[in-house]
Write a protein that binds this ligand. Sequence first.
Ligand code: MUC
Ligand code: MG
Length: 373
Amino acid sequence: MDNIFIDKVDTYIVDLPVIRPHQLAMTTITTQAIVIAIIKDKSGRTGVSEVATIGGASYGDSTVEAIKANVDKYITPHLIDQTPIQFNKIMTTVAKHVRGNLFAKSLVETALIDLAAKQREIPAYKLFGGKIHDSLPLAWTLASGDTGQDIEEAKEMLHAKRHNIFKLKIGHGDPDANVRHVGEIIKAVGDESRVTVDINQAWDEYTALKQIRALEEMGVSMIEQPLPTWNYEGMKRLTERFGVSILADEAATSLHDTYRIIKERAGDAVALKPAKHGGILETKKIAGIAEAAGFGLYGGTMIESTVGNAIAASVYSTISEFKFGTEIFGPLLYKDKLTLEDIKVENFEIQIPDDIGFGNTLDYEKLEHYKRR
Ligand code: MUC
Ligand code: MG
């Protein structure tokens, strides 16, 4: 039994190229920076996890460099010689010694869960309630930066039965032009699909008031983070004024921040993402308070590669209802992968893996190739 204890924690920064530039309001992704953690027990078994970040420090305050440094120096000492199945207790100890650092905590907690599940030869979702869904609706983000190319892409996705929910990344450049872009895409594919937009905090309240009215008339079904994270009052006013759902993403990070959004009705839906909440246990708590308040849920992504995507799929499979579906399409945007397995999509839905742990077998040659030196 001694061999179940944790022996070693390794972290790697990895830069993975994407298939086309992915334009958000604050950055354009050409390579995505991720952190991989490998926790080894004394028998040599490994738990593997990932968190992804977008645009250095331009999207949020967790950068890959800070995540790696803080895991290595401040979190790893609390893991050595512990048993992974005690992940709840271990993460409570970590929380007492390390403030914030939600991405770093998520990275460590999910690697612990993967290892605990592998030690028991069970799928990880069995450790947090068991699976409710075998598959979940899967949105795709249209963000090439070109309206014509986005329409082509949407048509291909519909034809291949890959996606019929499209999230449009707007907020970059002129707001009137943003809204015209949405209108053209709805005209081209709106009859066969559902369209949402993500502004990634780029508008002020005055701009949002004007543009959301137009977006609502066009039939957009959800407006993601139109205002900066600090503007709770503005988000509340938009939620009261419009029928279309206003979703909090960057503003809904910790349990406490999300509680404030829910209490103040600064939105009527939240995007879940294990990385920004600090792991799976926190994600489940947030899903619980959102459900209690009648908030809609969205299965969000930080655009993880196959490792992190399977982790999100696993926890989302245990949550009863996603009013807006999920967007865990990350692996489909990457040119390559670090695992032997791949994402499976059938009939517009991601299939939840049933393999042991989170179902990821790390390809060490690929890790060696893409890791930052
Ligand atoms: C975000 O803000 O939601 C999710 C999908 C995508 O294209 O970007 C991410 C980040
Ligand atoms: Mg978002």
